[in-house]
Design a protein around this ligand. Sequence first.
Ligand SMILES: [Zn+2]
Ligand SMILES: [Zn+2]
Length: 183
Amino acid sequence: MAHTPLYPNTFLVTGPCSTPAEIADLTAHAFDVTDQLGVNTLVATSTSHLVSDYAGIVVVGPSLTSGTKGRQMDIVATVLEAKALAHRAPVIVPQATTEAASCDACGQWQTIATVRNGHGECFCRDCDGTASGCSWCLEDDETEPVYTGTGFAPMCAPCADVEKVRRPSPWNLTTSERIPAHA
Ligand SMILES: [Zn+2]
Ligand SMILES: [Zn+2]
């Protein structure tokens, strides 16, 4: 079965989600995924999501495929990961903390899916040019995650400013928080 997602730039982020604290953790993780991979994210809190509609899933915490099977897995995460595997959708499982590295160009800390090139160098998607840019205006610009109510969208600064006024949320960065990450 070919994997032809309806939302080719959106990843489901799944993991423990049975308490408000767990959902907050998952939401924080979704922020990191959007920040580091430059993709839209949707925080999955139920098994009702059609995994095949999305680019893939990011599993937070124990995962079927990361060798942490023995640990108790969240039921929502288990079902969604199993569906993703059945549909051959990409699954990003937690990487070892020792694999995290900073981008050689801008210094952004890569914790989700650190990629090194043939020379062992690590570049973030913004710096290696593979980020797809702003999800609103499609400008190939540096983006920041903006909370959409169910997840995050990568947006350039002008679009982010508009969306933050439309949808105020404590998950959104303030303008002053933007600068240190790329100072
Ligand atoms: Zn970078
Ligand atoms: Zn934009």
